[in-house]
Write a protein that binds this ligand. Sequence first.
Ligand code: PFF
Length: 470
Amino acid sequence: MSAKRSSIHGQWSSRWAFILAATGSAVGLGNIWRFPYLAGENGGGAFVLVYLVCVVLVGIPIMMAEILLGRRGRQSPINTMETLAAEEGLSKHWHFLGWMGVIAGFVILSYYSVIAGWTLGYIFRTGTGLFVDADAAFSKQMFAELVADPEKLLAWHTIFIIMSVVVVSRGVKSGLEKAVRFLMPALLILLLVMVGYAMSTEKFMEGINYLFIPNFEVLSHKKFFADILLPALGQAFFSLSIGMGAIMIYGSYLSHKSSITFNCFTIAIADTSVAILAGVAIFPIVFTYGLEPAGGPGLIFVTLPIAFGQMPFGTFFGTLFFVLLMFAGWTSSISLLEPAVTWLVENRDMTRVKATALAGTIAWLLGIVTIFSFNHWAFSFRFAGVVKENGFFDIFDILTSNILLPVGGLLVAIFAAWLMSRSSTVDELGIGDGPGYKAWRFAVRYIAPFGVIIIFLNAIGLFKVLGLVE
Ligand code: PFF
């Protein structure tokens, strides 16, 4: 009986260890770097509102489903899907879902590590007082200089991949748990300091209005589905670390006594709060210093140093901020590696250390493509009504967040709510067959999958072709 299964890779020492690790995975560059720049590119408040709806209606139910599957299978996502499919009398080809996750994990990690490398670079830049009294032009120029230098980017990227490999190779408990315990609360405090600074800026209210008041004018002339819903949905998946097996593998180390529902809500609330706080810290600075909200991936690296250059003890706070951001990226990157590593250990009989080194090397190599996207190989194209200037990096990002993760989530939802027997999910979720279970099942059975499908069909313009929408 699957309820008795245990993972060969270990188990979290407590419920809080799981919550912290999963929050560590969820809270990362996605919240502080990606969320604000996407909100800035895709219409501010309208994007934020749609994002929140996606988190509640699609993200949380799918996260619960993913943890449920992970805990029931207790293996790498590939083997978990194969085992559970066999148990439910379904095709073993369901392991394909695990494979898709592993591929998405490599691609995300490859560029994630390059961006995390920028944060490493910025630790030293702020630490040496480079930005004291800096103006917007100087900050912009500093960022441009960094990304124009592939050798530097490669050095930081390499360091970050090695850092991730070291933690993952040590396994769940000794590696992961320790890292997150202090770092998450520290990051939260620092973000509050930044919000405090933002409150003192001239255009605080302008930033807040931009972030929280949906501009329906933007909605009407933007293509709502392709330009707002798809990126917002993608960000919900990316930010919650769902749709690729990261949360599934973390769920596989979770004790049977722990409540999936409580854990999921806690993680999602923490994740969303950090993203919103990052937005509140950044947009007032953007407006106060006359910067462009649609500044793209460089947004926080241009805006925040200006603030650090102005505020008291800015060099100290700035350095600390980038250190913590690097840690937030670190605790996320390890969850991107974990699904592939566990599969290599299970199926290729490798030691964890060897498996991690191999997986890390693949992501490292792929990362070189992203590095060149910001300089020698840069090209631009239009996506979601926005000009994307960093060719392959943007393609990797869109391919994973807007396609692979939602498709992965869609398949998780179909598996858990349509194919798995009701009794299995009731048993695994552990909240009985009452209203809570029914609400979850309704969300995973109808809202999440149909939501994802409708957004996709609209985004690829199928409804237009069929004449169903204008
Ligand atoms: N959730 C992470 C972030 O917001 O930075 C990124 C991430 C981690 C995405 C793990 C996907 C994943 F599986």
